[in-house]
Write a protein that binds this ligand. Structure first.
Ligand code: 4GX
Length: 251
């Protein structure tokens, strides 16, 4: 998998990409991240990349030419076609695990990071899509680009290593994850649930599933509508509903 990232601040990426799993994926050649400084494509004498907005108003807008020249340089290097060219912005398609899984099928992804108030609208004609990582406003598209690289990269076979599989992840199952515990058996008076020490694999699996269902019901009931629920899951949730209806909480 290859990412080309167009940005005015390539140095923002060095920390997150030089540690842990992404670093290892790059070292193992499972992943290539190519950072392209948009300023290198500024052709005017002061190498400016932004300007005041037509029509007036506060803030600056990124000029179209440096971004489009950078995109054309990437296209040239890739010998013509390049797969998705994605602008990170609040107007984009909401980024979900489903979208991450779709992008993980690609060989080559170009991410365009806007800064300031945004990018000249005419750049959008050179992109194939737009992604938003959430309904809040950031100072630039760099953090969203890192989020996309991270979520997509961990779905590439081998990136997480042999033993960890992303298919059991929360969201892959459509539910929030069950609680996790490690040693010690008792931490400051808080014990590990007995069932996890039992060695009874079927009971442990059922307990985890029910904890996942409970958590999802309480924290993200919207997810239950689309989760892949088994007959056992439905029975558990119905029992819970019956129990709650019969519960007498007084006045
Ligand atoms: N999820 N921002 C992008 C500048 C901008 C605006 C319009 C291109 C077009 C964001 C988000 C996000 C702030 C990144 C505005 N660039 N991006 N930036 N939330 O808030 O993706």
């Amino acid at each position: 998998m290859q990412f080309d990232i167009l940005t005015l601040f390539p140095e923002m990426f060095t920390g997150p990409f030089s540690a842990s799993i992404i670093k290892r994926a790059i070292e193992r050649n499972l992943l290539t991240v190519n950072l392209i400084n948009i300023r290198d494509y500024a052709r005017n004498k002061h190498r400016t990349v932004d300007d005041a907005p037509y029509g007036g108003g506060a803030g600056m807008v990124m000029e179209p030419e440096p971004v489009v020249l950078a995109l054309e340089a990437v296209r040239e290097k890739r010998g013509g076609d390049m797969g998705p060219v994605i602008l990170l912005c609040p107007q984009g398609e909401p980024f979900t695990q489903r979208l991450a899984a779709e992008l993980a099928q690609e060989e080559h992804i170009v991410l365009v990071c806007g800064h300031y108030e945004g990018i000249d609208e005419r750049v959008r004609a050179y992109t194939t899509g737009e992604i938003s990582i959430g309904d809040y406003v950031l100072t630039g598209g760099e953090l969203p680009a890192m989020v996309v690289v991270d979520a997509v990269s961990r779905l590439i076979p081998g990136v997480l290593g042999e033993e960890t599989s992303p298919v059991t992840d929360s969201f892959a199952t459509g539910l929030l994850e069950h609680p996790h515990y490690t040693r010690p058996r008792e931490f400051r008076g808080a014990a590990v649930p007995e069932v996890l020490l039992s060695g009874h694999h079927a009971r442990i699996a059922r307990w985890r599933r029910e904890e996942a269902l409970l958590r999802t019901l309480v924290r993200r009931p919207d997810l239950l509508a689309t989760a892949a629920l088994t007959a056992d899951d439905r029975r558990f949730l119905k029992e819970l509903a019956t129990y709650l209806m019969r519960l007498d909480l007084g006045d």
